[in-house]
Design a protein around this ligand. Structure first.
Ligand SMILES: Nc1ncnc2c1ncn2[C@@H]1O[C@H](COP(=O)(O)OP(=O)(O)OP(=O)(O)O)[C@@H](O)[C@H]1O
Length: 542
């Protein structure tokens, strides 16, 4: 049974299993169907996915293309932005510039307005100036006429004063006793012989003195400026391009160098040369103001024995060679010009030969010639006018016995005396209008030949001392400069106020004399003097 039962059970389980199998098979079929459906779905989906993938790829490509496009556009936008930026910067700059320009234009406009106001004022002035102009033209004409008159007057005065003018200057002598010289008036000096009489000159008899007449006598108390004023006419003539020479002549120690140079930097004691240079600088200022072209050259030489030395370069030069011409620089101010010229003199004179002699501690043993050459360009006549001014400080004449020099000193004294005699002979020759003037007798006259003639003007300042020691030298110098050994000679035929005064004085003297017992005697002396003056009125003397 139990077996049966077990068989039944097995059959049941089998049945159930078959049942289950059938179910499972059924389910399998369903599932297969489902799977098939799902597979077909999957396939469909795959197809869809593939299609989608294709779409996606297309889309990606499109996207990439679009990205590229966007990038390109971005770049273009960047470039445009940069362009806009730079355009913006340049526009801003332009705006700045325009703003600045506007400020400038505003300023200019303001200035122009100011100018306009000023111009309006100037125009008003000009209108009134134009009214004055006709008057100025009139006065200018008058002024030119006056200038011409002054020039003519200067020339006339020069011819009255003499183309060779000799004046005398007496050096101050502080010891009052035993003076050998007495000044009679502005034109006469009396020379007393100390060996014949040493009493006061005023008490001397006429026969004991010699009277020398000059064109002008500068007494002991005369100042440097007095002497310079006297030669102003000559200087004016030089500024018109004439040749002018001015000499200081006289025994050693008589004041030649003092007269010519003086104390260069002292207002009162400066001599002829620094004063001439001051006038020259003033004249140059005038030329410059009037648009006149000029050239000024300066040379300084020393004649010692038979040698010529250029003192600016401090070298000896050949007889026929010109010394170096030192051009005055143009464009300097007045003070600088003067300073330049004065400093040149100070430097040059250090190179001059000076020696201690028996008569002078610092005796100049050479002739010093300071030459200024002036060239003026005449625009109207289109020509160049030239003139030269020689300012000559001669070496002192000396007696060999008195100076007690020997050797080289004696040789130089002989040379000095010879050259001074030669100069005197040349001046006399020019005065007497002789044809053959003896220039060749000395280096001095040869050197100055071009300026020592009838067309040039010469002034000689005879420096003398009233000390008895220098009597013989003084007498020699006075005699050497005299054209004739005459005692009473008038200075010119032109009657000056002072000559009228003199004749008045003479008249008074005559009247006084007439009241005394000696009336006839003194009157005859005065008459003789007056006759002498009249007879020699035309004679120009040294
Ligand atoms: N008018 C004057 N006033 C004041 N001092 C003077 C005057 N003249 C000359 N002297 C003085 O006399 C001295 C001699 O003068 P200076 O040297 O000028 O003579 P010099 O004639 O040139 O002599 P040398 O021919 O020997 O060179 C100098 O000390 C000078 O200062």
């Amino acid at each position: 049974m139990r077996q049966q039962k077990q068989n039944n059970n097995i059959t049941f389980f089998e049945y159930e299993a078959e049942q289950e199998l059938e179910d499972l098979q059924e389910q399998e079929k369903i599932l297969k169907k489902y799977i098939a459906i799902q597979l077909s779905n999957l396939e469909l989906l795959n197809k869809q996915i593939l299609a989608e993938k294709c779409k996606k790829n297309d889309f990606v490509l499109k996207l990439q293309f679009l990205n590229d496009l966007i990038q390109q556009k971005d770049q273009q936008i960047d470039q445009i932005c940069q362009k806009i930026e730079s355009a913006k910067v340049s526009k801003l700059k332009q705006i700045e510039m325009y703003k600045e320009m506007q400020i400038k234009y505003n300023q200019e406009y303001y200035n122009l307005n100011l100018n306009k106001i000023q111009l309006t004022e100037s125009l008003q002035h000009l209108t009134s100036d134009i009214q004055k102009y006709s008057q100025i033209e009139f006065f200018k004409g008058l002024c030119d006429q006056q200038k011409q008159n002054i020039l003519e007057f200067n020339e006339e005065l020069l011819s009255l004063k003499g183309r060779i003018r000799v004046v005398c200057r007496i050096r101050p002598q502080h010891e009052t006793a035993h003076k050998t010289i007495l000044v009679n008036d502005d034109y006469k000096v009396l020379l007393f012989d100390p060996h014949r009489s040493l009493q006061s000159p005023e008490k001397n008899q006429k026969k004991q003195y010699t009277e020398y007449t000059f064109m002008k006598v500068f007494e002991e108390d005369s100042q440097q400026v007095d002497l310079f004023n006297d030669l102003n006419f000559f200087l004016n003539s030089f500024f018109q391009c004439s040749n002018v020479s001015i000499f200081t002549y006289g025994p050693t120690g008589s004041g030649k160098t003092f007269t010519m140079f003086g104390e260069i930097k002292s207002l009162k004691q400066k001599g002829i040369i620094p004063r001439c240079l001051e006038q020259l600088c003033q004249k140059i200022e005038e030329y410059e103001a009037n648009g006149i072209f000029y050239e000024v050259n300066v040379s300084i030489v020393e004649l010692y024995n038979d040698k010529i030395k250029d003192l600016i370069q401090n070298v000896n030069i050949q007889e026929r060679k010109e010394p170096s011409q030192n051009k005055l620089p143009q464009g300097l101010e007045f003070k600088q010009k003067l300073q330049f010229l004065l400093q040149q003199i100070i430097n040059a004179t250090k190179n001059r030969i000076v020696r201690k002699t028996n008569c002078n501690q610092h005796s100049s043993r050479s002739h010093l010639i300071y030459t200024i050459k002036l060239k003026l360009f005449d625009k109207i006549q289109n020509k160049i006018n030239e003139g030269q001014l020689h300012l000559v400080d001669l070496a002192g004449s000396e007696r060999i016995q008195l100076s007690q020099t020997t050797g080289e000193g004696q040789k130089e004294t002989i040379f000095i005396n010879q050259s001074l005699q030669a100069l005197s002979a040349v001046l006399k020759g020019i005065k007497s209008n002789i044809i053959h003037i003896p220039y060749r007798n000395s280096l001095l006259t040869q050197y100055l030949r071009s300026s020592l003639n009838n067309n040039s003007k010469t002034m000689v300042i005879l420096n003398i001392s009233s000390h008895p020691t220098y009597y013989s030298q003084t007498k020699e110098a006075l005699n050497l400069l005299c054209l004739k050994q005459q005692q009473y000679i008038t200075r010119s035929q032109h009657q000056t106020p002072s000559s009228i005064e003199k004749s008045e004085r003479n008249k008074e003297l005559t009247q006084t004399n007439q009241q005394t017992n000696t009336k006839n005697k003194k009157q005859s002396i005065i008459e003789r003097k007056l006759n002498n003056i009249q007879s020699t009125q035309k004679t120009l003397i040294f």
